[in-house]
Design a binder for this molecule. Structure first.
Ligand SMILES: *[C@@H]1O[C@H](CO)[C@@H](O)[C@H](O)[C@H]1NC(C)=O
Ligand SMILES: *[C@@H]1O[C@H](CO)[C@@H](O)[C@H](O)[C@H]1NC(C)=O
Ligand SMILES: *[C@@H]1O[C@H](CO)[C@@H](O)[C@H](O)[C@H]1NC(C)=O
Ligand SMILES: *[C@@H]1O[C@H](CO)[C@@H](O)[C@H](O)[C@H]1NC(C)=O
Ligand SMILES: *[C@@H]1O[C@H](CO)[C@@H](O)[C@H](O)[C@H]1NC(C)=O
Ligand SMILES: *[C@@H]1O[C@H](CO)[C@@H](O)[C@H](O)[C@H]1NC(C)=O
Length: 775
């Protein structure tokens, strides 16, 4: 613990205190690891008037603007002196993250006391500062404008000149993916959405420097605004009428020098540790780990059955058919078509209508044995569950919509649904439920209570939750809700739309510990009689992206129109998805290119991920699609510097044709070209080079060529390396046939392998004449 990262400097003109911060960040390793210099050079300075900045060398990255607060119908600001500094205090203590120190400033807004603090940890020295607003006397008559904030601290002044910094902002629906933007961090460099849509913002340069700004607590009532003075203000959302006494709002600034992907990953790890967000629910969620069949918007059977059949009959047919073609769907998703909705949309009764399932959903479950993922939307004001409408449960009912405020309601609802097979509850329209009600936006706690109770009930009844149409606020609230395992990160799939571009939003999802969900897709271009009158031109890309997401894989084809060989590139014969170890995410240089358009990065989609197999062996994966200009990609551009691959295997979209083995290094980059399209996207795989036989023989492992992730922990449970050989331990299902491929001194060897009843196979990777069957 000796390396310096963020220095905290406190003082007016003279610096009166300097604390050395160290970082527990790492460069690309999935577990937290101390690494030198990861945030080196970032300095946080705060003076005795609470003016502060984040600098690196001579460059000011973030410059404060004055704090302000709305209460008693007035705006109190440090700028015009109406917010009066009463006194200053230094506080210190220890919490689960270590020992911390806060520089606090107690202001008076009229007769109300408002304490602002900048908190940093010194041991260990995390590369971050948490800004706190303590509402010692609460507020009254604060509501201002829903798209703004009622309090600002920290506030940052966007610089008038272009100082070479770019920004990215997660904002809008679908985990901040639908209105994600990048631009230059300067006046006129673009507009950040405020109010209900805003989320984390990161500023970055072209050297790997990054500072992330984001809410740190009370996620449902935290907002940001960009005001007419080009300031970004963080605080309590603008609609809140009164902040309760004792309420605290916090915002974090987290800086690092290891690039956008890595700093987001480190920040996320800090947040998940702080909030005890365990990954056990995600790791054991059937719907995240196994292939499922989807009927949501974009699906063939979205609000559509087979001709003259009920949904019940259609689902039974699907089960029979998919069994006959041996596609291992392990669950089914029911969308909004199954329950009772009101005139303005909105759920009235969340149970199956008799026209959908004449014998009930339990009958379908008994027949198919398919566990169920089921959709729900916002609640109608007419819902009979609410006491207002004669029901048993506490809801807040407004003119159109209602929102539950009752743990028992959720427990009862979920217990009932367990009887018809529910394993995953999909909460859709989260943004509408929030932004189209008054109670959610005018209080600090109604929306939080809604989500916390839903999550608590899910946990109690053994369900997991998928968020859909979530804003960044819902996304971040999931840090406190262990049962939320997955979330949609892009708009609804419709055949042929470019909704597959999830490489950016997946960075935020992964930071929050959430498996990104691409949405359903078709594996066959033409689906006769489909309600969209569209076709899917890129089924391979859809299948590849779904698999690389590390989230659910959920095709949605018409009966008899599934491309089995394509689909099964995702999975084992038992439906276990062969995933990488983390979601594939867009490389840093893709963001740099988006901001500066100076050929510093690829134009198009370049995403990377890896599988970590056995004892710390890394197998890198690169996807390039829709490339509009040639670009040379090095291992460090791919985020692979920490495992330093030396070789790369190139495959074409069609799988096994044209497989090539090449060197991969700073001087031997991958040449991405405009030949990497959506139709013929490019995929590259890296392997360690194993040397055996006294260094005479080089073995390079490809794995299963017929899978999008040829080396996955779901298949390869161990790799044993001795002086003489390399042995892989494989897992599969009884009777499953696979071909395992490797290079033995440059020669490609394809070894067939069949699993017996144990489901385990060991392969020694040697030279085999007989089975060297070149395809
Ligand atoms: C504000 O809170 C402090 C501390 O609890 C209390 O002593 C003071 O009376 C309160 N002031 C008002 C105006 O409520
Ligand atoms: C469905 O029912 C209608 C009316 O009974 C009938 O005209 C039609 O031929 C049926 N379609 C199919 C595909 O069976
Ligand atoms: C489903 O199976 C369970 C357990 O065998 C049984 O108790 C229940 O009655 C069945 N329900 C229907 C609708 O068939
Ligand atoms: C919105 O809710 C706040 C308190 O939560 C209340 O004071 C206000 O009257 C409500 N506004 C409307 C239009 O219902
Ligand atoms: C199924 O997918 C494979 C691999 O992508 C492709 O070669 C084949 O043409 C597809 N078949 C159909 C019927 O779409
Ligand atoms: C990016 O730069 C190229 C070449 O200088 C130019 O043709 C293109 O219009 C630019 N694109 C954007 C989005 O600025």
């Amino acid at each position: 613990m000796t390396s310096g990262t963020i220095f905290v400097l406190i003082g007016s003109c003279a610096l009166i205190h300097a604390a050395l911060l160290e970082s527990l960040t790492h460069s690309g390793h999935p577990e937290l690891r101390k690494d030198k210099n990861s945030a080196d050079g970032f300095v946080f300075t705060i003076d005795d008037q609470a003016k502060f900045s984040f600098t690196q060398g001579v460059k000011t990255w973030l410059q404060s603007a004055p704090a302000f607060l709305y209460t008693e119908g007035k705006r109190f600001s440090a700028e015009d002196g109406s917010l009066k500094l009463d006194h200053k205090a230094t506080e210190s203590g220890a919490d689960k993250m270590g020992t911390w120190t806060s520089q606090c400033f107690v202001y008076m807004a009229g007769s109300r006391s408002w304490k602002l603090c900048a908190k940093s940890w010194s041991s260990p020295a995390w590369p971050l500062v948490v800004f706190q607003q303590h509402f010692i006397n609460g507020t009254a008559l604060s509501a201002h404008d829903t798209d703004s904030v009622i309090s600002g601290f920290p506030s940052f002044q966007i610089p008038p000149e272009d100082i070479g910094l770019g920004y990215l902002s997660f904002q809008g629906g679908m985990f901040g993916g639908t209105r994600f933007v990048t631009g230059r961090w300067t006046k006129g460099g673009g507009i950040l959405s405020g109010g209900t849509e805003g989320g984390p913002v990161a500023v970055f340069d072209q050297n790997g420097g990054v500072c992330i700004m984001a809410p740190f607590s009370e996620f449902m009532s935290a907002s940001r605004e960009m005001d007419e003075k080009w300031r970004v203000n963080w605080g309590v959302m603008g609609g809140v009428v009164s902040v309760p006494t004792g309420f605290t709002q916090q915002t974090v600034v987290y800086c690092g020098n290891t690039g956008i992907n890595q700093v987001f990953s480190d920040w996320g790890k800090f947040m998940r540790t702080y909030y005890n967000k365990e990954d056990i629910y995600r790791k054991t969620d059937l719907t995240v780990n196994y292939l499922g069949y989807y009927t949501d918007n974009g699906a063939y059977y979205y609000d559509l059955t087979e001709p003259n059949k009920t949904y019940e009959q259609t689902i039974l047919d699907l089960k029979e058919y998919t069994d006959s073609i041996q596609v291992p769907f392990r669950y089914i998703q029911y969308d909004a078509w199954f329950y009772y909705r009101g005139q303005l949309g909105g759920t009235v009764l969340w149970k199956a209508r008799p026209d959908i399932a004449p014998h009930g959903l339990q009958y379908i479950f008994n027949q198919t044995q398919w566990p169920v993922a089921a959709h729900n939307m916002y609640w109608s004001a007419k819902t009979p569950y609410a006491k207002e409408n004669g029901g048993k449960y506490n809801f807040i009912v407004e003119s159109e919509k209602a929102i539950p405020q009752d743990l028992t309601f959720w427990v009862d609802l979920f217990k009932q649904a367990r009887l018809w097979g529910l394993v995953m509850y999909e909460q859709d329209y989260m943004d509408w439920e929030f932004s189209m009600m008054n109670a959610t936006q005018s209080t600090v706690d109604v929306a939080k209570t809604w989500l916390m109770q839903m999550g608590q009930a899910a946990r109690a009844t053994g369900l997991t939750i998928q968020y859909c149409m979530s804003n960044p606020r819902h996304a971040m609230q999931s840090l406190e809700i262990p049962a939320v395992t997955q979330a949609r990160v892009s708009g609804d799939y419709h055949p042929g739309n470019d909704q597959w571009q999830i490489g950016e939003a997946s960075i935020f999802a992964d930071a929050m510990g959430i498996a990104p969900w691409k949405d359903n897709f078709w594996t066959v271009t033409d689906q006769p009689g489909n309600r969209y009158h569209q076709s899917e031109p890129y089924p391979e890309l859809e299948a590849a992206v779904s698999t690389l997401s590390s989230g659910p894989v959920g095709p949605s084809n018409m009966l008899v129109h599934t491309n089995v060989s394509l689909l099964m590139q995702c999975c084992r014969a038992d439906g276990l998805i062969l995933k990488p170890s983390k979601p594939a995410t867009a490389v840093d240089r893709q963001f740099w290119q988006a901001v500066w358009n100076n050929s510093v990065g690829p134009s198009g989609q370049v995403w990377t991920t890896y599988s970590r197999v056995g004892h710390d062996l890394y197998f890198g994966i690169i996807l390039a699609a829709d490339i509009s200009a040639d670009f040379k990609l090095t291992p460090s551009d791919a985020g692979f510097q920490f495992f330093n691959p030396k070789t790369v295997i190139t495959r074409s979209a069609q799988g096994v044709k044209d497989t090539q083995l090449s060197d991969f290094g700073d001087n031997t980059p991958i040449q991405l070209t405009t030949a990497c399209t959506r139709q013929d996207f490019c995929m590259y795989y890296t392997s360690p080079v194993f040397t055996v036989g006294s260094g005479k023989t080089k073995i390079i492992i490809y794995g299963e060529e017929h899978k999008f992730v040829p080396m996955s922990r779901g298949r390869v449970s161990n790799i044993d390396i001795t002086d003489n050989d390399v042995t892989v331990t494989l897992q599969g299902t009884s009777g499953e046939n696979i071909i395992f491929t490797y290079f033995y001194d440059g020669q490609m060897i394809r070894r067939p392998c069949t699993f017996d009843h144990t489901g385990i196979a060991k392969l020694r990777l040697g030279y085999y004449h007989s089975s060297n069957d070149r395809v």
